[in-house]
Design a protein around this ligand. Structure first.
Ligand code: AMP
Ligand code: MG
Length: 348
């Protein structure tokens, strides 16, 4: 069975040869986790070690997803239930670092990446694995939550104790959990002796070590058409994450209602259709893609500077593509697409 799987793997790697290096030994595996197909590739790893490492990280992904789930009962829902009261309590040591990192990124983003708006996300119906609501939430209920303004600033963490000054704080880590999980998985792979790897979660990915002699190219989906708009080159240890309004949405009277909420209005952020960020760590790339999507074409450079990210492509609702010069060097648009480009100043 293992042998069959390895043969299939070899075939797959050869088929996708445009992205891989034929000279290095590539191991390939796939599994479902975090609601998406996770695709792993290891380079130059002994086959037995690769099989073992792949099984370990598949199991890690499943337990992280369960731990961080904001709606299915588990450790995070237990924390959310207690945050409604002002009293401090001890946080599960596995969850403390992820909450601290979410809070840090939220502060850097000026609250545009806001992991404490779980109630708003629920009101819109995007918390459920079932189909979204299909109808607009009650306007007054949205306004009431926006007025309560839950934020990472309301949360106090001392040692392993947490408390919230704002009863509306409810964690939803959906804007960066996949990235944070991939960072954790990469640490795990290194500790297992795998130095060269790509972990790809539905087009959001991180690569470590060497992954062939040529740079890796990642396809960026066209936000309004079938297929790919562009491909972007990544090299070395890097992550690439995209937030798009096409991922989860419903329409009301022809208007798209999607899953990335502007915490300032309580409504889906209406200025961008897609944002791609390349950064060293996946957690920052993931949180920044969400924050910059909310920031939109007029505010993204300031937010990016504060978050320390500098390789960005933002597509606005007119189809204009805003990029940093560094990103422009790595992007190749598909033939026939001639988008209007606006290149920013370098951000650092
Ligand atoms: P992403 O696809 O990484 O942009 O994350 C979108 C998910 O993050 C949504 O499905 C919500 O669970 C959550 N979310 C929505 N709006 C925000 C926001 N402004 N800040 C942080 N998380 C958000
Ligand atoms: Mg994100």
């Amino acid at each position: 069975m293992m042998v069959v799987r390895r043969l299939l793997t070899l075939l797959l790697v050869l088929v996708s040869g445009a992205c891989s290096d034929h000279n290095s030994r590539a191991y390939h595996d796939q599994f479902f986790a975090f609601g998406t197909l996770i695709d792993v590739t290891f380079y130059d790893a002994a086959p037995d070690l690769a099989d073992q490492a792949s099984a370990i990280i598949a199991s890690d992904f499943h337990s992280l997803h369960r731990e961080w789930h904001a709606w299915q009962p588990g450790p995070l829902t237990a924390i959310n239930a207690r945050l409604v009261q002002p009293e401090a309590f001890t946080v599960d040591p596995d969850l403390l670092p992820v909450i601290q990192e979410a809070n840090r990124l939220a502060r850097l983003s000026g609250g545009l990446f806001n992991p404490t708006i779980g109630r708003l996300v629920a009101l819109w119906g995007f918390h459920d694995n079932a189909l979204p609501l299909g109808t607009l939430p009650d306007r007054e209920a949205v306004a009431a939550l926006v007025a309560q303004a839950p934020s990472a600033e309301d949360v106090v963490i001392r040692d392993s104790m947490i408390s919230s000054r704002n009863p509306a704080v409810q964690y939803d880590l959906g804007g960066f959990a996949k990235g944070y999980a991939i960072d954790r998985i990469m640490d795990r792979l290194r500790s297992l002796g795998i130095e060269n790897a790509i972990v790809n979660a539905g087009g959001d990915l991180r690569a470590i070590g060497r992954h062939g002699n040529r740079p890796w190219r990642v396809g960026i989906r066209h936000p309004r058409q079938e297929g790919i708009l562009a491909s972007i080159e990544i090299e070395g240890d890097a992550s690439i994450f995209t937030s798009g309004d096409y991922e989860r949405f419903f329409e009301v009277d022809g208007a798209r209602q999607h899953h990335i909420i502007d915490p300032r209005s309580g409504y889906p952020a209406a200025l961008s259709t897609s944002v791609t960020v390349i950064h060293g760590t996946a957690a920052t790339a993931d949180a920044a893609a969400t924050a910059l999507f909310v920031a939109g074409p007029a505010q993204w450079t300031g937010v990016a500077r504060r978050m320390g990210v500098e390789l960005i492509m933002l597509i606005d609702t007119d189809g204009i593509i805003h990029m940093t010069p560094g990103m422009q060097h790595r992007v190749r648009f598909e033939p026939g697409t001639n988008p209007e480009l606006k290149i920013s100043e370098p951000l650092s």
